[in-house]
Ligand binder design. Structure first.
Ligand code: ATP
Ligand code: MG
Length: 174
């Protein structure tokens, strides 16, 4: 089975405190890995290091055997990520965001798995994102991740702000 992600000996010190100490993990194709821990334990910090948005003081991250901190552009094409607050273009609609991502990834049709996250009762695809509620932003962010059809998804608190219907969609994508 292919190894999609490998972290080796990750150390991170922030403001004089050791946040991550010798973190090692690996993730193979088709597997799901959950990272749990108390608030402030370092989960988001680790995920930012995995996606190349932060640097470790020591250690290496390989995505599809590409070292993320040496070749972020090469590694990033393989994954989608959602860490803490999703970022959007506020004056574009949800639909325009999906189109942009699909075009960028060479995807001709938005997959049904992505559309399952969109709440049609709010006309979400037509509305500009500045008018979105927190849960609508989270749904759009998840839809964008699924649109990319990545090999690897890094999701930090993906259920933030979702209503029970949002959970159903994410558990049973048709
Ligand atoms: N930019 C920063 N400046 C100062 N301290 C930081 C910074 N980023 C993270 N930290 C500290 O690093 C520690 C780990 O933070 P992190 O956000 O990774 O925790 P977490 O496990 O994701 O927590 P939560 O469950 O609340 O999301 C915390 O003590 C936090 O205060
Ligand atoms: Mg966090």
């Amino acid at each position: 089975m292919n190894q999609f992600l490998r972290c080796e000996g990750i150390h991170k010190r922030i403001k004089g405190r050791d946040i991550l100490k010798n973190v090692n993990l690996s993730l193979h194709e088709g597997k799901v890995l959950g990272i749990v821990g108390p608030n402030g334990a370092g989960k988001s910090t680790l995920m930012k290091i995995i996606v190349g948005a932060n640097y470790p003081d020591k250690g290496k991250v390989h995505v599809m055997d590409v070292d993320i901190h040496c070749n972020r552009v090469g590694a990033i094409s393989h994954f989608a990520f959602l860490i803490e607050e999703p970022g959007f273009y506020p004056h574009l609609s949800g639909g325009q965001h999906l189109e942009l991502v699909a075009r960028d990834r060479g995807i001709s049709e938005i997959p049904q798995e992505a559309m399952n996250f969109i709440d049609s009762s709010h006309d979400q695809l037509k509305k500009k994102v500045y008018g979105y509620s927190m849960g609508m932003k989270q749904r759009l962010a998840l839809a964008l991740c699924w649109t990319m059809q990545p090999k690897l998804m890094i999701l930090d608190e993906p259920y933030n702000g979702l209503d029970p219907q949002g959970f159903v969609y994410s558990e049973n994508p048709s």
